[in-house]
Design a protein around this ligand. Structure first.
Ligand code: G3I
Length: 334
């Protein structure tokens, strides 16, 4: 029987004792907040740049790389012995304007290759990369792929080409495909799960370099009644059976439209987290949990203000969600 841990424990300590990793996304601007940094240093074992490594951020002007923000996150991680996860090389929402203009992406794989090479070279300490972010489309498509600018410019092969480039430039890094909207038992999530499994199976069959799948896990209290443990467990089994590592890569909970007192809302967020993680962590392929932020003080869900979907509140106090993650980790067999 796995031992339970005290409520005062830190997330990475418990994760580490279970041979897992706990991480958080951070933004360079937030690293000026001493209270946040203190919590990051205590609680995490790995960091992900929330914005700063995206193509649109690094290469705002063609051929001119601006690394200072990404460096800030990478240097902080290095200075504090945190692992660094690279996010994200190809994402349809982070293509620079110059590359989007007048179909400029068409026939210009060189610009992608140059970006991948530049990132891999500068951030050679990155242990894992989201090479492709969100390739699966929400709408019905025979191959399940998102109708993105990458797909239109290069056809479905863009995924293989990107993975091959990433392996060439970052030969030691764990290469990931990261996806959202695959957690619930709804027709849309099921369609995306099928599309993702089909894509992964084809990549594995053809020996394309790929090591890992990120399940983003942006949970939503208004949808959480659609969480079906058996369906989600079966999906994780499918991923694990392909020999892929699985990461819970962007965990948070959308809840600001919920009714009830703050205490009730925090309890509901913790409950959703607990139910989700208790299934996820039963699968041995799942090796890490990353929250998309650590504190409600800085969350993409907090725009406009009011969401309480991360382990710490805006005053940097632990919330029931913190205990839910601790409990889930502590129940995992080492
Ligand atoms: O920093 C500027 C600020 O100066 C300006 O006043 C403000 C006005 O809109 O914008 C600020 O930048 C915003 C930035 O977040 C920081 O808040 C950008 O407009 C906004 O586009 C950016 O959104 C980020 C988004 O990715 C796009 O890069 C979110 O913070 C970030 O959480 C989100 O992360 C994504 C993952 O990469 C992929 N999975 C989903 C996840 C959530 O959408």
């Amino acid at each position: 029987m796995p031992s339970r841990v005290g409520a005062g424990s830190f997330l990475q300590d418990v994760a580490g004792s279970r041979r897992m990793l706990f991480g958080a996304a951070v933004s360079a601007a937030h690293l000026r907040d001493a209270a946040l940094c203190e919590a990051i240093l205590r609680e995490t074992g790995s960091l992900t740049a929330e914005l700063e490594m995206k193509w649109s951020h690094v290469e705002r002007h063609e051929g001119q790389f601006e690394f200072q923000d990404a460096d800030a996150v990478a240097n902080f991680a290095h200075a504090h012995q945190k692992r660094l996860h690279g996010h994200a090389l190809l994402w349809h929402r982070s293509i620079p304007d110059w590359a989007m203009k007048a179909g400029r992406l068409q026939d210009d794989w060189d610009s992608i290759e140059r970006f991948v090479a530049a990132m891999a070279r500068r951030y050679s300490g990155v242990e894992s990369w989201d090479v492709i972010n969100e390739p699966i489309g929400p709408a019905e498509q025979p191959d399940g792929l998102r109708q993105s600018a990458f797909l239109h410019a290069f056809g479905p092969d863009y995924i293989r080409r990107a993975l091959v480039s990433a392996r060439r430039h970052a030969p030691r890094a764990v290469l990931c495909i990261n996806e959202y909207g695959i957690e619930y038992n709804t027709p849309e999530h099921e369609r995306k799960r099928r599309g993702l499994v089909q894509l992964l199976a084809e990549l594995r069959r053809d020996g394309i370099p790929l090591d890992c799948v990120g399940v983003q896990a942006h949970l939503d209290l208004s949808q959480h009644h659609h969480f079906d443990p058996a369906v989600f467990a079966r999906f994780l089994d499918e991923l694990g059976a392909m020999g892929l590592q699985v990461r819970i890569s962007e965990l948070d909970v959308k809840e600001k439209d919920s009714d009830g007192s703050v205490a009730e809302r925090d309890r509901a967020v913790a409950e959703a987290t607990r139910s989700f993680l208790s299934v996820a962590l039963q699968n041995r392929a799942v090796g890490s949990i990353t929250c998309w932020g650590l504190s409600d003080r800085y969350s993409w869900l907090d725009v406009p203000a009011g969401n309480r979907g991360l382990p710490f509140d805006t005053d940097m106090r632990r919330k029931p969600m913190h205990s839910a993650i601790l409990d889930a980790l502590s129940q995992r067999q080492a």
